[in-house]
Every structure is written in structure tokens, then in C-alpha cells.
Design a protein around this ligand. Structure first.
Ligand SMILES: Nc1ncnc2c1ncn2[C@@H]1O[C@H](COP(=O)(O)OP(=O)(O)O)[C@@H](O)[C@H]1O
Ligand SMILES: [Mg+2]
Length: 256
């Protein structure tokens, strides 16, 4: 469904994705792991067609995604409906006067029918139906994120990309989101730098190192047992402890 071939991406002269290749099959749940600055958000933006690699290729359903392709009105309409991205900060997505309008926006843009039914269905599923007439800025961070998620899911997409979706959530809402995503029958790619959460979010891990290379593609549980790989990804650090007079050191996962 998604295929990246030798993708290289640079901001000016700095490479932030180095020769990245992988494929994602329909309905796979992928966790994209890497420390801050490794290139996760950039990779999601490429998959969402918001930016394009300088070298290498990205295919969605065997169609090469290029700036020119996304100028084709029929194609872009289909692509924007099928592949959606939840940004890390909901405030960058929200701009409508009410929650209802926010959720309805994409449907209106794409000329999709039965707006009212769809908006209400997803608002209810996400537990935000009581806010439909409210201005979104009055909501909490977690509620805003649910509004953003509703505004994407209402399009009935095929690929849901989520950029660190738990980073601003309290533990209870994080637990809710994990369960909610588990139930969704979609292809999902979720970025995180949190190792403990990663296992809850999918089975297959793609890991990007600090120097922007894909260093692991496979079973996440195996990855988390591999201390050398964890060190390579800078996802662990050595931590010193003192218990009374005894000092010892061991590896700590970066899950905070
Ligand atoms: N618009 C930009 N212009 C220049 N550099 C950027 C821009 N966006 C991100 N970067 C840099 O690219 C690298 C990768 O960023 P990003 O994809 O956001 O990583 P991550 O999501 O893994 O934290 C970082 O070093 C970041 O500072
Ligand atoms: Mg990021």
C-alpha cells in the first residue's frame, strides 16, 4: 500500500532522512520510533504528500507521489480522503469557529454527502458530542485532539498517520487512545519516542537512528530486547543509582 524506495530528504544541505526504504501492507499497524530530531515527523509529512524527497521515491497504491501528481484534481481528492495525518499539536490543525464545523470541514471541502450524520457519529464515538456547538479553543488539549481525530476519521480514510499522539495526553486519555486505535480497522503509522507505549501501539517497529537511518524494521518486542540496537537508536541511557552506600548503574529505557 505504501512503499518508500531509497528516500533522501534534506532541509537545505542537512540530510534528515538517509536512504529510507520500507513497505507497509494494508491494515498493518506500524510504530515509528526514534529520538527527537531523528526525522519521524518529516517522514510522516512525506507519506501525507505535504513534502517530497529530493531523492528516492514514494508510492501510494503503486502511484508515485510527486508535486505534479498532487496537482491532478481527481487524484488529490482521493489521496486527501484516503491518507490523513494527525499533527502532534492539535492547535496547528484547529481553525473553525465550532467543533461541529471543525469536524465537518474536510467533508465540505471534498463535497462528501451526509455531513450531519457523519459528524454526529464520529463526535459520539470520540465522546465529544456535547461540545459540537462550542468553540474548539475552549476545550482541553486531550479534547482538542479528539476533535482533530474526529475531523480525520469522518473522511473514512484508509491510512491514518499519527505524530506522537500521546505526547500531550494524561495517562487516562493515553489509555483510552491506545484502546481506540486498537479497534480501528485501518493502516496506521504512529510515531513515538516512548518505548513502553510503543509495544501497545503496534507489532511492527520501524526505528530511525539519531543520524537519520532506518536501523530496524521488524517485530517490536524483539527490538526492545536488543540492548545494542536500543543504544544505537539512543533510546536508552546509562543511569546511576545509589541505594545506601551501594552505587550501581544500569540501562534505563527512554520512556518518559
Ligand atoms: N522546517 C524545517 N527546516 C529546517 N530544519 C528542520 C525543519 N523541520 C525539521 N527540521 C530538522 O530536521 C530534523 C528532523 O526533524 P523531525 O522530522 O521533526 O524529527 P522528529 O519528528 O523525529 O523529532 C531535526 O533536526 C529538525 O530540527
Ligand atoms: Mg516530530
Amino acid at each position: 500500500m505504501i512503499k518508500l524506495k531509497n528516500v533522501i530528504f534534506k532541509y537545505d544541505k542537512t540530510e534528515v532522512l538517509k536512504d529510507i526504504s520500507f513497505e507497509v501492507k494494508e491494515k498493518e499497524k506500524i510504530v515509528l520510533l526514534g529520538i527527537n530530531g531523528s526525522g519521524k515527523s518529516t517522514l510522516l509529512k512525506i507519506i501525507n504528500g505535504l513534502t517530497f524527497p529530493q531523492k528516492g521515491e514514494y508510492f501510494y497504491k503503486n502511484e508515485k507521489i510527486t508535486p505534479k501528481k498532487l496537482k491532478n484534481k481527481d487524484f488529490v481528492r482521493k489521496f486527501r480522503k484516503e491518507v490523513v495525518l494527525l499533527f502532534q499539536n492539535p492547535d496547528t490543525m484547529i481553525f473553525n469557529p465550532t467543533v461541529y464545523d471543525e469536524i465537518a470541514f474536510g467533508l465540505r471541502q471534498l463535497g462528501i454527502e451526509e455531513i450531519d450524520e457523519k459528524v454526529k457519529y464520529w463526535a459520539e464515538k470520540l465522546g465529544i458530542e456535547q461540545y459540537l456547538d462550542c468553540p474548539p479553543f475552549e476545550l482541553s488539549g486531550g479534547e482538542k485532539q479528539k476533535v482533530c481525530l474526529a475531523s480525520l476519521l469522518v473522511l473514512e480514510p484508509e491510512v491514518l498517520l499519527l505524530d506522537e499522539p500521546t505526547s500531550n495526553l494524561d495517562p487516562r486519555t493515553t489509555g483510552w487512545l491506545i484502546d481506540f486505535l486498537y479497534e480501528l480497522d485501518l493502516t496506521t503509522i504512529i510515531t513515538t519516542h516512548n518505548l513502553s507505549l510503543a509495544l501497545e501501539l503496534g507489532d511492527r517497529g520501524l526505528v530511525i537512528s539519531e543520524d537519520h537511518q532506518l536501523i530496524y524494521d521488524g517485530n517490536l518486542e524483539e527490538f526492545i530486547k536488543d540492548i545494542d540496537k536500543l543504544k544505537e537508536a539512543n533510546l536508552v541511557h546509562i543511569h546511576r543509582h545509589r541505594h545506601g552506600n551501594i552505587q550501581h548503574k544500569h540501562y534505563h529505557l527512554h520512556d518518559f
